[in-house]
Design a protein around this ligand. Structure first.
Ligand SMILES: NC(=O)c1ccc[n+]([C@@H]2O[C@H](COP(=O)([O-])OP(=O)(O)OC[C@H]3O[C@@H](n4cnc5c(N)ncnc54)[C@H](OP(=O)(O)O)[C@@H]3O)[C@@H](O)[C@H]2O)c1
Length: 250
């Protein structure tokens, strides 16, 4: 089946009535497409020019398999799943976290990793991403695992680090609710990193070369939260390396 011209795509069926599927259906409808769905498990999927799969990664290949024969163009929204071999023609992965209550503007200004099995399929992915306010950038299947790892480090591991900070604070006897004092520190650091890059954003005793202070911190971790000592040592070492570098290339 040939790939339709992006300008001729009018009807889009969304499959998977979850966090991404509900937001994508709202956003695509607001962009002017005739949207059907999101369709749930076992529901017949309305014929369309494009079917966008917003199902869990493990369901993509099977769902694509059942829809392939009667769908001109199939896409998924997974960050980790390659396009080749998954039964789809294109992918649009929004680089943000969806909790479930997002509206039609959920994709506005959001980076969207796009990929396609052909230049035409890629053009369609770009067109769809832009139509809902996203900022598309191409990620090839070869780049995909590294791309997804980078996103996980930036987002998931940041939460893990903040959980560790809360644990050390609580174990040291600081009051419940200390998160409210850490949060502005974290927000300011993230803003500095985003605007100026990692080296310029790095402050604190390691950046200043105050190793005696770092040793005091390490003693506190060893006393109050010894399970975090290996993490502290690893991060301290990585931070020393960062402090020694020139600014990373943009
Ligand atoms: N959430 C995020 O922050 C986020 C961000 C970017 C990309 N993504 C990607 O978006 C995709 C969907 O993730 P999600 O977070 O929206 O998942 P989700 O909230 O778990 O929703 C998945 C939906 O798909 C339905 N489903 C499962 N198998 C189906 C099938 N065979 N046919 C029709 N519907 C089916 C599920 O229904 P049941 O409840 O019946 O199983 C559920 O309603 C994934 O590829 C994910 O990697 C997610």
């Amino acid at each position: 089946m040939s790939i339709p011209d992006p300008r001729t795509v009018a009807r889009i069926s969304v499959v998977g009535p979850g966090r991404v599927g509900r937001a994508a259906a709202l956003a695509l409808a607001a962009a002017g497409y005739a949207v059907a769905g999101p369709f749930g498990r076992g529901e017949p999927v309305a014929p369309a020019d494009v079917v966008l799969l917003c199902v869990p990664d493990r369901e993509i290949a099977a769902t694509a398999g059942t829809l392939r024969a009667r769908t001109p163009l199939l896409g998924h929204t997974s960050g980790a799943t390659p396009v080749a071999g998954s039964g789809v023609d294109f992918s649009i992965h929004p680089l943000r976290s969806f909790a479930g209550a997002e509206g039609a503007d959920a994709f506005t200004g959001v980076g969207c990793a796009v990929a396609g099995t052909s230049p035409e399929a890629l053009a369609l992915a770009v067109e769809l991403a832009e139509s809902i306010g996203g900022r598309p950038f191409e990620v090839t299947d070869e780049q995909r695992a590294g791309y997804h790892a980078a996103a996980s480090i930036a987002s998931n591991f940041l939460v893990t680090l903040e959980a560790a900070a809360e644990r050390v604070a609580a174990a040291s006897g600081l009051p419940a609710g200390f998160r409210a004092h850490l949060a502005p520190l974290v927000r300011g650091t993230v803003e500095n990193w985003a605007e100026r890059g990692p080296r310029a954003a790095l402050t604190g005793p390691i950046a200043r070369g105050d190793e005696a202070t770092v040793a005091l911190q390490r003693d506190a971790i060893a006393t109050h939260a010894p399970e975090l000592l290996a993490l502290f040592d690893e991060l301290a070492e990585r931070t020393r390396a960062l402090a020694r570098t020139e600014e990373l290339p943009a």
